[in-house]
Design a protein around this ligand. Structure first.
Ligand SMILES: Nc1ncnc2c1ncn2[C@@H]1O[C@H](COP(=O)(O)OP(=O)(O)OP(=O)(O)O)[C@@H](O)[C@H]1O
Length: 392
């Protein structure tokens, strides 16, 4: 097990004239035994950051420390890490037994019988003991992924690095393996970095999320902190599914004038943001209410675009009435509530659930109220990149 420190790390690809900044001055501390998920859209620098920790890529600037050792000059072998990739990277001509033994044979002085014992017990733990004589081509995707995980675990490394390990699996298997990786990480207690672009995966795995966009750190915090206390509009929009709804508007004298409706800013909101300026109002789909009539000044008529039944809930895609804009926002309602596209309904946005963002910078200016303290992150630190925490 090991603590990992990433210190002012930048990675630029290409020459001076057409260089790409894949990772931009990222600093991060990962605790011994912690499970940290790098999450962000495609091209945000997640894999590059992980590959630098692995020693597969060299940073342009900054230091990476594993345990007490600055590993900048060390190749992957010397870092005592095990990686699991999206494409499994199993050797097709070797049996499962041989695939799992290979790393141990190459990098340890273990005897053949010791290696066999370790491989067998890990294969039993992973539920693949009956497949040890098979070759990867004879296995399903889920079984291959178990072998890839088993091969990493049997090496008993200081650090696990996993780059989108579940993205080739179907939805059901993905959910199963997600639970399994959580359980394994918990049992083994090995420091783990996990890359995904899937925010649902990110929310359900890991002690802390590292949210990246365009190579820049947006927020580091527990999944709940990132969900309820997003550092900026990007995090608010990225974490949570369906995404937070946003309404752009201009505040004048305490009323936020959005396209098609005015929203009275509460006293608490005005304390956070003032009464004038360009803002974006953010509200989660589960926090918007749909009524048969306007309940107060902060209600507005909507046109129902599409109703998506999901079973216990439905997603209702709405537009603000009498607007040319085709933009929709989504409301979550109970699955048994009958809603049709022909109905006239009014959306109500409760002030206690509203987030407000700076219209120009996206910085969080005001956060929703919470019923309880969501706690601090596992490492006792929540790093909000360039954002105020706002008023509760
Ligand atoms: N070897 C390379 N040469 C040039 N540019 C690269 C190289 N590797 C990555 N990049 C660029 O660096 C940026 C970050 O890429 P990276 O693969 O780290 O993103 P990512 O968040 O992991 O994306 P994805 O989810 O699509 O894998 C992208 O703009 C990418 O095009």
């Amino acid at each position: 097990m090991a603590r990992i420190t990433i210190d002012d790390v930048t990675k630029r690809f290409g020459g001076d004239n057409n260089s790409v900044v894949a990772v931009d001055d990222v600093s991060l501390e990962i605790d011994d035994g912690e499970f940290v998920v790098f999450v962000g859209p495609s091209g945000s620098g997640k894999s590059t950051l992980m590959r630098m920790v692995a020693g597969l890529e060299t940073q342009t600037e900054g230091d990476i420390t594993i345990g007490d050792t600055v590993v900048n000059q060390f190749g992957p072998r010397a870092r005592d890490i095990a990686m699991v990739f999206q494409n499994y990277a199993l050797y097709p001509n070797m049996t499962v037994q041989e695939n799992m033994s290979f790393g141990l044979k190459m990098s340890t002085n273990m005897s053949a019988s010791e290696i066999e014992r370790n491989v067998t017990s890990t294969a039993e733990m992973m539920g693949i003991a009956n497949l040890l004589d098979n070759k990867p081509g004879e296995l399903s995707g889920g079984q291959q992924q178990r072998v890839a995980l088993g091969r990493a675990i049997v090496r008993d490394p200081n650090v696990f690095l996993m780059d989108e390990p579940l993205s080739n699996l179907d939805a059901k298997l993905r959910t199963e393996m997600r639970t399994e990786i959580n359980r394994l990480q918990n049992d083994l207690g090995v420091t783990t970095l996990y890359v995904t672009h899937d925010q649902t995966e990110a929310m359900t795995m890991g002690d802390r999320l590292v949210v990246l966009n365009y190579g820049e750190l947006q927020q580091v915090g527990t999944p709940l902190e990132c969900f309820y206390r997003p550092a900026n509009r990007f995090v608010a929009g990225f974490i949570g599914s369906p995404s937070m709804n946003f309404f752009a508007g201009t505040a004048r004298g305490g009323t936020l004038q959005c396209d098609g409706f005015g929203y009275d800013l509460s006293e608490r909101m005005q304390e956070s943001v003032g009464s004038y300026g360009d803002l974006e109002l953010g509200i989660r789909p589960e926090d918007v209410a749909l009524h048969d009539e306007a309940v107060d000044r902060n209600s507005f008529e909507v046109v129902i675009d599409v109703v998506e039944p999901m079973g216990s809930i439905s997603y209702v895609y709405c537009r603000v009435a009498d607007q040319e804009s085709e933009d929709t926002f989504v409301v979550e309602v109970g699955g048994q509530r009958p809603i049709s596209e022909e109905q006239t309904l009014y959306a109500h946005i409760p002030p206690e659930d509203v987030h407000l963002f700076d219209g120009a910078t996206g910085e969080t200016l005001h956060q929703r109220k919470l019923d309880s303290d969501i706690g601090t992150s596992a490492a006792g630190q929540s790093q909000n990149a360039g954002a105020s925490s706002g008023t509760l």
